[in-house]
Design a binder for this molecule. Structure first.
Ligand SMILES: O=C(O)[C@H](O)[C@@H](O)[C@H](O)[C@H](O)COP(=O)(O)O
Length: 223
């Protein structure tokens, strides 16, 4: 795990956006396409606002959420909506968005169809993850039924989860897909999350799911 500290959140957003853009560009030097999975939540917005202006061949880039809330795509809680409003604009509007939204009443109804749609993006070229203070990443929350299967080496690409305390069901990339990304970045803000990540070092992946994806992870932190 490589920890990079920034003097403030603006510097983190600008520098991390530039780093992600550089990794996508580098991928496209030797591949016809590149892919990046990005989180929802409150942290990534400023990073997306900087990344969307990056001069690269966005029409060759696939963008997908690390996870999605099982709501309609225009719901304010939808990660797709956050990505469409902040990342898939400007130059990045040309990117191909791979949605994790399905049409079924429950995520389980659509796992196979959605997995087929995201197959061309795997293995991920670049991964950007956020983390909760409970050390969840994507929608891999501690204590959720099905978490062990989603963390297992033989896990399928996607899992349906029903995290306690969350208002809706979730669909999430599983640990092997997240951990298998070629370039990996975790962005955390504030002392609470930094302390949580420190505590996670002595916990199991089931107790702290971030532990399942920390190999060769670049952790970007600002207070
Ligand atoms: O769907 C989501 O919300 C994200 O994928 C989730 O894993 C997020 O990264 C963490 O919950 C941190 O969220 P904040 O950035 O809001 O702290």
């Amino acid at each position: 795990m490589n920890l990079i500290e920034y003097p403030d959140r603006d510097m983190l957003a600008i520098n991390l956006a530039n780093l992600l853009a550089g990794e996508l560009k580098a991928t496209l030097l030797s591949h016809d396409t590149a892919s990046i999975a990005v989180p929802g939540g409150t942290t990534p917005g400023p990073i997306f606002d900087a990344l969307c202006a990056a001069p690269l061949e966005w029409d060759k880039v696939m963008v997908l959420p690390t996870d999605e809330r099982w709501v309609t795509p225009d719901d304010p809680r939808s990660n797709a909506r956050l990505i469409r409003e902040h990342l898939l604009v400007g130059r990045a509007a040309e990117a191909k968005f791979l949605s994790l939204h399905g049409t079924g009443a429950h995520p389980e109804d659509d796992l196979d169809a959605i997995a087929a749609q995201i197959e061309p993006a795997l293995p991920l070229s670049v991964l950007l993850l956020g983390m909760g203070e409970d050390c969840h990443v994507a929608s891999l929350f501690p204590g959720t039924p099905g978490l062990a299967a989603a963390l297992a080496d033989d896990a399928p690409a996607l899992a349906a989860m029903a995290p306690a305390g969350q208002p809706e069901a979730r669909i999430t990339l599983t640990a092997p897909v997240l951990d298998g990304a070629l370039k990996k970045h975790l962005v955390i803000l504030g002392w609470e999350k930094r302390d949580a990540l420190e505590r996670a070092q002595s916990l199991s992946p089931e107790e702290a799911p971030v532990q399942a994806v920390l190999s060769e992870m670049n952790v970007h932190w600002a207070v």
